[in-house]
Design a protein around this ligand. Structure first.
Ligand SMILES: [Zn+2]
Length: 250
């Protein structure tokens, strides 16, 4: 839904008494296991990252997001349906967002995994992953929103996972909605539900997740974001570090 200027992006739990809301800001992150969850008092919303990535990528700085449960629908595991829906209705106005550049590198690390923001003249995201499972293996991809459209190159990339992890998570009572319909799943040797939308669909999805998590700043500062084997937890830690430095507006 449209929102008034200055209100940013926020979720409204219309299924709860008094319809509490929670702002899509890094201060509201409650946990980052499997997906990014926001909370404020009674209002909790998880798996916010794909929808938020689509909004920020289309330059939507404010939106009222009404939701009637605790989880954003996973759909096909990508952001394609969100981008298609946004493109179909169009935007009310095209206020240009004030992007601030960073002037010094900012980074967080955990073992050999890291996420860094490096000063750059243009916004760019480079990501690397390395899995023992052969179908995923070692993948690197570098994406710039100025050169390739988010809706074509990043939004269609689906969530991915290993069948053994899917089985374990299901046994733990998590990802009850998860299935071969909303994630790309492989075992150590092959994809269980091909075809892929891109040969490197997994690493493109990691960029989608990173864009969604960085959107919790309001606007994403101009920088070259470089990540390796990172997770929602590290994405959010970098987002918090950038927030502490005042590198965001809206
Ligand atoms: Zn994701």
């Amino acid at each position: 839904m449209p929102a008034s200027p200055g209100s940013g992006r926020y979720f409204v739990r219309v299924d709860l008494p008094n319809t509490p809301s929670v702002e899509a800001r890094v201060e509201a992150v409650a946990q980052t296991q499997l997906s990014t969850e926001l909370a404020k008092g009674e209002a909790r919303v998880r798996t916010v990252e794909h929808l938020l990535a689509a909004l920020v990528a289309r330059g939507i700085d404010r939106a009222r997001i009404e939701i009637d449960g605790p989880e954003v629908p996973l759909l096909d595991g990508s952001a394609k349906a969100w981008i298609d829906a946004i493109d179909e209705v169009g935007l009310a106005d095209s206020e240009s967002l004030a992007f601030a550049p960073i002037d010094a590198p900012v980074w967080v690390r955990d073992g050999d995994a890291f996420v860094a923001a490096v000063p750059s003249d243009e916004l760019r995201f480079s990501y690397g992953i390395d899995f023992k499972a052969l179908p995923i293996g070692n993948q690197w991809y570098s994406w710039s929103p100025h050169r390739e459209d988010f809706g074509e190159q990043i939004a269609p990339a689906r969530t991915f996972g290993l069948a053994e992890d899917v089985d374990r998570l299901r046994a733990d009572g998590l990802i009850r909605g998860g299935s071969l319909e909303n994630a790309l799943v492989c075992d150590l040797d092959r994809w269980l539900n091909p075809p892929l939308r891109f040969a490197n669909e997994p690493v493109r999805h990691k960029i989608l997740d990173l864009v969604g998590d960085l959107s919790l700043l309001g606007t994403i500062p101009v920088a070259h974001f470089i990540a390796y084997k990172a997770s929602h937890r590290l994405h959010v830690q970098l987002t918090q570090r950038l927030r502490e430095r005042g590198l965001s507006q809206v």
